[in-house]
Design a protein around this ligand. Structure first.
Ligand code: BV8
Length: 249
């Protein structure tokens, strides 16, 4: 039994939305699970522009801790990230991953067509000159911008609450013209990402599939829902898709 009732044509586009749940089996915390990040700190205190203006050191420390953790040797892509990279390499049509995550596990697994709609933890943005550069060490008030040398102007290249996510126009175009939309490891709590399934299904023509440990807030909007660990279900889904593509050769 495949995980999708109606498989897309092999030359069709597949759009995949991922959230923190896909990185959980790699050892990174989610946000809204009982042991998640928002159980330890209030998002209003560390993930809004107002929080950064009020206490930049506290916000920098929050992201410095997560950046250090992401760079630890035992944090690496899991079977779900690797399966998505295999799908992109072998599926005849286009495969695009839109991630809400700011980790680099999709890149490290080999995914190339990737949109970080909430930014990237390993990059810093200069508020003086708008330059965006890779930055893997701690960020602080004395870190100079590598482009304009200003100090005290660097912030994590991360989209906070109340800020516009990145590449929204391109994402809208992809959702409006894809045969399959899969949401993996997201609670369906944060907009606009939580509304993508509706865009793909009702403004587009996509078959929509949810893969999550438990039903998300938007699970009723999906054609097919499968609940269990991404590390188990995503390789199965990719296996079904690639077997279908090979049968269609
Ligand atoms: C916007 C980056 C408009 C930072 C994030 C008041 C003021 C302003 C805006 C709003 C407002 N009220 C509401 C809004 C909209 C707001 C919003 O949706 N708020 C929510 C809380 C209601 N959205 C925004 O503010 C967005 N911007 O609206 O701008 C605008 C318009 C014009 C001009 C300017 C602006 C911006 C949202 C982006 C915020 N930044 N992240 C950081 O990472 O620190 S969002 C944050 O939540 C996370 O980064 C994450 O990306 C995102 C979604 O969370 P999930 O990924 O889904 O993670 P979660 O823990 O929730 O769920 C994980 C799931 O995995 C669970 O269901 C679990 O069961 C499952 N799971 C666990 N283990 C596994 C698993 N699944 C599979 N396998 C496993 N092993």
């Amino acid at each position: 039994m495949t995980l999708i009732d109606r498989l897309p044509a092999p030359d069709d586009r597949i759009v995949i939305l991922t959230g923190a749940g896909i990185s959980k089996e790699s050892g990174l915390d989610t946000f809204r699970d009982a042991d998640g990040i928002w159980a330890r700190v209030r998002l209003e205190d560390v993930a809004t522009p107002e929080a950064f203006a009020a206490d930049p050191d506290r916000v920098q420390a929050f992201y410095n801790d997560r950046r250090r953790m992401l760079r630890e040797a035992d944090i690496r892509p899991n079977a779900a990230h690797e399966a998505l990279a295999r799908l992109e390499a072998a599926w005849p049509g286009e495969v695009v991953v839109v991630t809400q995550n700011i980790d680099d596990l999709h890149e490290r697994a080999g995914t190339r067509a990737l949109i970080h709609m909430h930014g990237e933890l390993l990059k810093a943005r200069c508020m003086a000159c708008d330059a965006i550069n890779v930055h893997i060490d701690d960020l602080g008030a004395r870190t100079p911008c590598p482009a304009c040398t200003a100090t005290g102007a660097l912030r994590p290249h991360v989209v906070w609450f109340g800020e516009m996510p990145l590449e929204m126009e391109r994402i809208g175009d992809l959702l409006g013209d894809c045969g399959l939309f899969v949401a993996i490891g997201t609670s369906g709590t944060v907009y606009p990402a939580a509304g993508f399934v509706q865009e793909a299904r009702f403004h587009g023509r996509a078959r929509t599939v949810e893969i999550n440990l438990e039903p998300s807030e938007g699970h009723t909007l999906f054609h097919d829902c499968h609940h269990g660990p991404a590390g188990t279900l995503v390789p199965r889904l990719v296996g079904d898709l690639l077997a279908h593509a090979n049968r269609s050769d």
